[in-house]
Design a protein around this ligand. Structure first.
Ligand SMILES: Cc1ncc(COP(=O)(O)O)c(C=O)c1O
Length: 458
């Protein structure tokens, strides 16, 4: 096959083929195994002569049986959202229009939509409209943005412009969080030169004395809205008061937990976030837009730009902040899904997920062979299989083996974690398609697999 210019007649046919694939895929998504195929699909070396777009697409689709059906309703692993119809179509449009939305000079369409999307998100999360914000590739890069602002503020307290001058001569940054701090926040700290291990862990009521202990020196506090194991929250309203009184920047990681603020049924959990200095969430989790998408919001917009300033004689001066320069127009999917379903649509979805989580929690409590390990406050159920007569080590072994069984079985998908020293399951409900049918199946499948293993042991 010659170069793409000569093969341009294929362009629409390749897109039609993807549309036909989408029709089949979406029809099957609710019933298909979560991981229909296993093994290697893509081998071979770089072709000297290509076979053209249609042949390439056909091969991609043929191998897609090893794509997890993670946008389907039975994928409870990690915290993985699906893609609403509006978001999915807008994401296709994003590729069609192929905007580099780093600046209005390259895409007024992308930057205007991002501006509106950020304002709508602030409204959705009931955060002050004067805050600044930016779309990112996910919660990790959003944590990176929020903590870069925190770092800038902290160095400013020491009279230094860290983004221009660097860290030389500055003391270590005092950073506090709870045991809920996510690996992603630590990764962001590492990328910012602050150090993964620099976080001092405090108990929920230990923040005040920890800050007292550094005698009013400026500090950074990472509050957690939604622990990945349990969905639990730090006492954010109290921490916001303490941070304000003690010269600390409060950054809140609300990758999925920020969505508690979408419904009065859970908003109290995330009260106080509106008084934080920076707050982040994911789009590809509970907003149900396709990967990849996150958001960072910053109370004082002046901190948002300097860490990410991009200068050059050929560059515009209105670039959007964030770790990227060139960037996908993620705002299309965010804008489209909010335009399509509005505040009420998201409230209904989040409330449905909260009810589904309670349904699973009740079922776990009712089943003698299951044991809930934590309160179910949001959308994650932390529990394990606990038949009588098993000691701790045997329980860990059994639940680890069952974790493998669940993934192998593929009717539902969720993983294990270690919580309170115990191997546990932590399915998370964030997909717009998930209903009672799928969460009931989640427990049924686990019980069936457990009884199989126990029968072998008996
Ligand atoms: C609380 C929390 N923070 C951050 C992240 C990282 O998110 P991402 O994978 O979008 O970077 C996650 C992902 O599960 C999370 O649960």
């Amino acid at each position: 096959m010659p170069d793409p210019l000569a093969a341009r007649a294929e362009e629409l046919r390749a897109l039609e083929y993807v549309l036909e694939t989408a029709q089949r895929y979406l029809e099957e998504l609710e019933e298909a195994p979560v991981l229909p195929g296993r093994g290697e699909r893509f081998r071979g070396s770089l072709p000297e002569d290509g076979d053209g777009a249609l042949a390439a697409l056909t091969e991609l689709v043929a191998g897609s049986d090893i794509a997890t059906r993670s946008s389907g309703p039975r994928f409870f692993h990690f915290v993985t959202g699906g893609a609403t119809p509006a978001a999915l179509a807008a994401d296709w449009l994003t590729s069609l229009l192929d905007q580099n939305s780093f600046s209005a000079a390259s895409s007024p369409y992308g930057t205007q939509l991002e501006d509106v999307a950020v304002r709508w998100l602030l409204d959705l999360f009931e955060l002050p409209s004067a805050w600044g914000g930016v779309l990112t590739s996910g919660a990790t890069t959003a944590n990176f943005v929020g903590l870069a602002c925190a770092r800038r503020w902290w160095a400013e307290q020491h009279g230094v412009d860290v983004d221009e001058r660097g860290f030389a001569g500055l003391p270590a940054v005092p950073i506090f969080s709870s045991e809920y701090v996510h690996a992603s926040a630590r990764k962001a700290l590492a990328m910012l030169g602050l150090g993964r291990e620099s976080v001092q862990i405090v108990a929920p009521d230990g923040l005040e004395s920890a800050l007292d202990g550094i005698g009013g020196a400026p500090a950074v506090v990472i509050g957690n809205a939604g622990d990945v194991n349990t969905g639990d929250f730090d006492p954010l309203a109290r921490w916001a008061d303490i941070a304000a009184a003690q010269n600390a920047w409060l950054h809140v990681d609300g990758a999925f937990g920020l969505f508690a603020r979408v419904t009065p049924k859970a908003a109290a959990l995330a009260e106080g976030v509106e008084r934080a200095h920076s707050v982040i969430a994911d789009g590809h989790k509970w907003l149900n837009v396709p990967y990849d998408c996150g958001f960072a919001f910053v109370r004082d917009e002046q901190y948002l730009r300097p860490p990410f300033r991009l200068t050059g004689p050929y560059l515009p001066s209105d670039e959007l902040p964030g770790p990227e320069a060139s960037r996908r127009a993620r705002a299309l999917a965010v804008w489209a899904t909010l335009r399509a379903y509005g505040r009420e649509g998201y409230r209904a979805m989040v409330e449905r997920h909260l009810e589904l989580a309670q349904r699973v929690a009740l079922r776990v409590d009712d089943e003698p062979e299951l044991e809930r390990l934590a309160e179910t406050k949001l959308n994650i159920i932390c529990f394990r299989v606990h038949p009588p007569g098993f000691d701790q080590a045997e329980l860990d072994e059994l639940n680890t083996a069952l974790g493998r069984d669940v993934l192998e079985d593929g009717r539902v998908f969720f993983g294990t974690t270690r919580y309170d020293g115990k191997v546990a399951f932590r399915p998370a409900i964030v997909n717009w398609r998930t209903t009672e049918r799928e969460v009931d199946l989640m427990v049924d499948v686990l019980l069936e697999l457990a009884s199989r293993r126990l029968a072998v042991r008996a």
